[in-house]
Design a protein around this ligand. Structure first.
Ligand code: PRP
Length: 187
């Protein structure tokens, strides 16, 4: 099903990406990861940033064939609203020692980039990782505030408020099986 013929409900004004679109992006990036790691003895650590990245991480990780480890970290910057608070809170830590390891951060969205800059600094400067790169489903470049590199992105998007496929509005609608633009009348 394409985003043009996907049925909408009142909560959304537009479907931006269907789960099929997202799966194709996950396959494309998984192949890049496999190409990089298949002939090495390195085992990268994939860090899923809770909560928003859960669905995208499931798709992406299923398509990667190389050996890897998975861990989770919970940070929060939006506190349930529609704008970044620029105040990043570390809610739960990793249980993996990432010293001298390649870290691949899995994010649903890079927005201001402040969360990503915080995470990259944490992994490299405080935890001694040899690298810390991001694989994000969505890259919203328009409102970037931090000078941070986005190594892998499923899609670039404009500055619209989107929900679904892991992204929430006041903690709900993460389970919507597509990325949609929220109907301004419901917020
Ligand atoms: C979202 C998203 C990123 C961050 C991106 O998380 O998952 O971690 O914001 O925004 P930034 O580039 O402006 O820092 P959020 O704090 O909403 O938590 P959640 O994943 O639990 O919804």
């Amino acid at each position: 099903m394409t985003s043009e013929n996907m049925p909408l409900d009142y909560r959304f004004s537009k479907v931006l990406f269907t789960k099929e679109d997202i799966d194709k992006a996950a396959q494309r990036i998984a192949k890049l990861i496999d190409d990089e790691y298949k002939n090495t003895d390195k085992i990268p650590v994939f860090v899923v940033v809770l909560k928003g990245a859960v669905m995208w991480a499931g798709d992406l990780l299923r398509h990667i064939q190389s050996d890897l480890e998975i861990d989770f970290m919970n940070i929060s910057s939006y506190h349930g609203g529609t704008k970044s608070s620029e105040n990043i809170e570390l809610i739960s830590q990793l249980s993996t020692d990432v010293e001298d390891r390649d870290v691949l951060i899995i994010e649903d969205i890079v927005d201001t980039g402040l969360s990503l800059a915080f995470l990259k600094d944490l992994f490299i400067k405080e935890m001694g990782a040899s690298s810390a790169r991001v694989i994000t489903m969505l890259d919203k470049k328009a409102i970037r505030k931090a000078d941070v590199e986005v190594e892998f992105a499923g899609f670039e998007i404009d500055d619209v408020f989107i929900v679904g496929y892991g992204l929430d509005y006041k903690e709900i609608w993460r389970n919507i099986p597509f990325v949609g633009v929220i109907n301004p009348e419901v917020i």
